[in-house]
Design a protein around this ligand. Structure first.
Ligand SMILES: C[S@@+](CC[C@H](N)C(=O)[O-])C[C@H]1O[C@@H](n2cnc3c(N)ncnc32)[C@H](O)[C@@H]1O
Length: 480
């Protein structure tokens, strides 16, 4: 018995697969649990974990990625509130009550956003006719959801008026969801790999299943979809994240366009014949006959090789970016490793982010090597050129820096940051004429609203846009 047996067990029961990052977390958790249980024998631990549900659930808590925030992919909320709910409430069917499930609700931002969006669009009387539930496998996430307390980062998409309407501020930078919203949502600890709870069978008008399947392989996706299908009422809708929708378009649930959003809709009457082929239990769950999972894809540290790879890389990249902005540099770097190992379409972006993080940590040598590798394979990689210029500046080689910034502007003429860094370098070298010329270019680019155009997703500015404009204006008036 070893780590790979535990991974296999976790995969079979939850669908979670293991890249290098999750393997690292698993090892840490196992070691913590074994210490707490005073166990030093891996075989006994494996046996315990396979038969003791409490222990197994503890292990899974913290293995999942719970990233979520309010009004994520808000167009789904618009779609739900502006088009679907009025239709269900006042349309031909005249339904009075609507049930919505957030499957993989994490810390509650998604179900709360649903309640807020519907309250905002239709008022408290509509809210009273809604039943909103959230399920998740992670009990720690669920207790946070029940508490309803969030930091500033989680509410970053909300307007100040939404924030004051639906939250009460508490000490520091934290906010608690107002009771009329919080009490609307019922949370359940549930594994989507398990059969649906009796009360949820054929009960849902809507299921939000967003940003959950990105971690699943095809076998798991098929199995979870069969369970979600069983939870939907005939005619009910399944809403998935933008990156997930197409990868689930296997033909079993029809994809329909609704107010500009693509969602799946369960057929209103009986399940079409083609969906029933191969089913064995007689219920309308067309995917049930798919082979059950028996082994995790990839061995120790190996990435999954199916279509989830790119989506997973995108997610890990975003997560790493968030951590970088929170100054969690080591954690952010660890998340990028599996992305770089996979060498997929996210590799260049991940490499540039890695180089930026290494610069932050003072390792300009490795960062420089990484950037040069990118330029060897792609001579038009402007962000790598830009970073090399910054590294040269830090290493007191301003002329080498200028050469790199110039290269950057040849590749990417609108890159205001390269022009700004040239302005600063010329200024430091005492060349006021050239500094003024660059300052004028920066002003013109920033005044055209190009402040996000510099090619680096992560770059901690010590100056605001206004500071930069002020510095450049001061210079450009000196020598024109
Ligand atoms: C990234 S969060 C997505 C949260 C939210 N749906 C959103 O889009 O913001 C994914 C959630 O899915 C949950 N999850 C993963 N596997 C699960 C499973 N087998 N059963 C239930 N929940 C699961 C994780 O615990 C995590 O909280």
């Amino acid at each position: 018995m070893s780590y790979s047996n535990i991974k296999k067990l976790v995969y079979q029961r939850t669908g979670l697969t293991f890249d290098a990052y999750r393997t690292m977390i698993l090892r840490e958790k196992i070691s913590r649990q074994m210490t707490a249980l005073d166990m030093d024998d891996m075989e006994t631990y494996c046996y315990e974990i396979s038969r003791n549900k409490e222990l197994f659930d503890d292990l899974v808590d913290g293995l999942t990625i719970n990233e979520s925030y309010f009004y994520r992919e808000a167009y789904h909320l618009d779609c739900l509130s502006q088009w679907v709910v009025p239709k269900l409430m006042t349309g031909e069917t005249g339904k009075e009550e609507i049930s919505i499930l957030s499957a993989g609700c994490s810390t509650g931002e998604e179900p709360c956003s649903i309640a807020m969006a519907l309250d905002q669009a239709h008022g408290p009387s509509a809210l009273a006719r809604l039943h909103i539930s959230g399920v998740d496998i992670d009990r720690t996430a669920l207790s946070k959801a029940r508490a309803g307390i969030y930091g500033k980062w989680k509410v970053r998409q909300l307007t100040p008026s939404m924030l004051s309407r639906y939250f009460d501020p508490i000490h520091g930078d934290r906010f608690v969801v107002k009771p009329d919203i919080l009490k609307k949502i019922v949370y359940y600890h549930h594994n989507l790999m398990d059969k649906p709870m009796a009360k949820m069978r054929h009960a849902m008008d809507f299921i939000f299943y967003r940003n959950v399947s990105i971690y699943f392989d095809t076998t798991t996706r098929v199995k979870v979809l069969s369970h979600l299908d069983r939870m939907l009422k005939p005619g009910g809708y399944l809403v998935m994240g933008a990156t997930e929708t197409l990868s689930h378009n296997t033909g079993q649930l029809p994809l329909v366009e609704m107010d500009g959003c693509f969602v799946y809709q369960k057929p209103a009457k009986s399940t079409p014949a083609h969906c029933k082929t191969g089913g064995s239990s007689g219920e309308d769950h067309p995917w049930e006959s798919a082979p059950g999972p028996d082994s995790p894809p990839g061995e120790e540290g190996e990435p999954a090789t199916d279509g989830t790879s790119m989506e997973n890389s995108m997610f890990l990249y975003e997560k790493s970016l968030t951590l970088a902005r929170q100054k969690e540099f080591d954690h952010a770097l660890a998340l990028l490793e599996p992305v770089l190992e996979k060498k997929d379409g996210m590799m260049e972006k991940a490499g540039i982010l890695r180089a930026g993080l290494l610069i932050q940590k003072g390792d300009t040598e490795t960062a420089g090597r990484l950037c040069r590798q990118f330029i060897e394979t792609n001579p038009h990689c402007a962000p790598a050129c830009l970073l090399l210029g910054m590294i040269a500046g830090m290493d007191h080689h301003p002329r080498e820096g200028l050469k790199r910034f110039l290269e950057t502007t040849h590749i990417d003429p609108g890159n205001w940051l390269a022009h700004f860094l040239m302005f600063q370098t010329y200024q430091a070298l005492g060349n006021q004429n050239k500094a003024s010329r660059q300052a004028a270019i920066v002003i013109s680019l920033l005044e055209k609203g190009r402040e996000s155009h510099h090619g680096l997703d992560y770059f901690p500015f010590s100056f605001s846009r206004e500071d930069i404009l002020q510095l450049c204006r001061k210079q450009s008036t000196l020598n024109v």
